[in-house]
Write a protein that binds this ligand. Sequence first.
Ligand code: SAH
Length: 387
Amino acid sequence: MLEKCSYAKKCGGCRYQGIPYEKQLQEKERNIKKLLKSYGKVHTIAGMENPYHYRNKVHAVLKHMRNGDVISGIYEEGTHKVVPVECCQIEDQEADQVIQTIRKLAKSFKIKIYNEDSGYGTLRHVLVRTGRKTGEMLVVLVAASPVFPSKNNFVKALRKEHPSITTVVLNVNDRNTNMVLGDRNIVLYGKGYIEDELCGCRFRISPNSFYQVNPQQTEYLYGKAIELAGLSGKERVIDAYCGIGTIGLIAASGAKEVIGVELNKDAVRDAVVNSKINGIRNVKFYQKDAGDFLVEMAAQGEKADVVFMDPPRAGSSEAFMSSVIQMGPEKVVYISCNPQTLARDLEYFTKNGYQAKGIWPVDLFPFTSHCEAITLLEKKNRKQGRR
Ligand code: SAH
């Protein structure tokens, strides 16, 4: 058992700091049961063997101190005060070291750190993403302007200390916003993205695309979700909120065809490339709001046999769910990262012709209070309907 993290109070990211891992799992399972057991059986939560340093995506905000030092860390919970952080129990350790190096180099290269109040300065945040299987590493320097002084030498010095960095991108974010990344990426070194492998498929991940932060548990999550779908090879499958296409592409070999829908342009571009990298031909991706897309499909009388849905924390929309119900798939596999919105959405599905066959919690985020869960929904009275 590691020491309790000294930043825990100010950071607020790990609500379960100081609680033994077994207890964390029990607590999460209990919470899920409380919220969801009225909909279906809640199975034992799937935890990690080693719950440390699982995060493949590390973010740090930078700040200049009066003496010229640069600190890096996180915003104190609920504020814009920067808490300096040297290392974190749940983040990739090499990524943490890269951030320390960037801090040091920013000082020696005299890079001006952005000041949120005055709007003066350049470098705002650093984002590091690693591919667990491939070992590739992407560093994103988020700056307020596309002009980054001595960028080539900066990147050279950074790579010298961390040869495992495979690509460096300058992301331009000149807006006064809570979003870390802006829309524009300028590749400073390497290919501008990383690749990683999950469940036997290879995936390109661009800086602005969503990718699960705990790849080890994600393999379990996807495996379980696809197992629950019980594909036979004949199905028409929808992968909604598909990101870079992970679930749909992994499921494709067991289905007749897969249709993926996702709002983020970069993610859809990655998904299309990912189908090519893996030689998968029975998949099509669409860049659209998932609700709008399904409303259109349902209006055209399209059908589907299985719907995977993996919405963001806000959950799904009534437009989306009512269209799913209209299209009448035998199975809906709902992957949720927020039990509260899952409960709301299960209420809707179970009042409108579907029944939850079980709920499988998966601990994707040890030490935090977040919990992932898969719910298998099946159409009620399947046989009666045909009598
Ligand atoms: N299934 C993917 C992504 C899940 S995260 C994976 O496992 O990696 C949720 C995704 O939903 C994100 O990629 C986000 O960009 C996308 N998203 C958010 N709102 C959306 C909407 N209204 N319509 C379609 N996709 C949306």
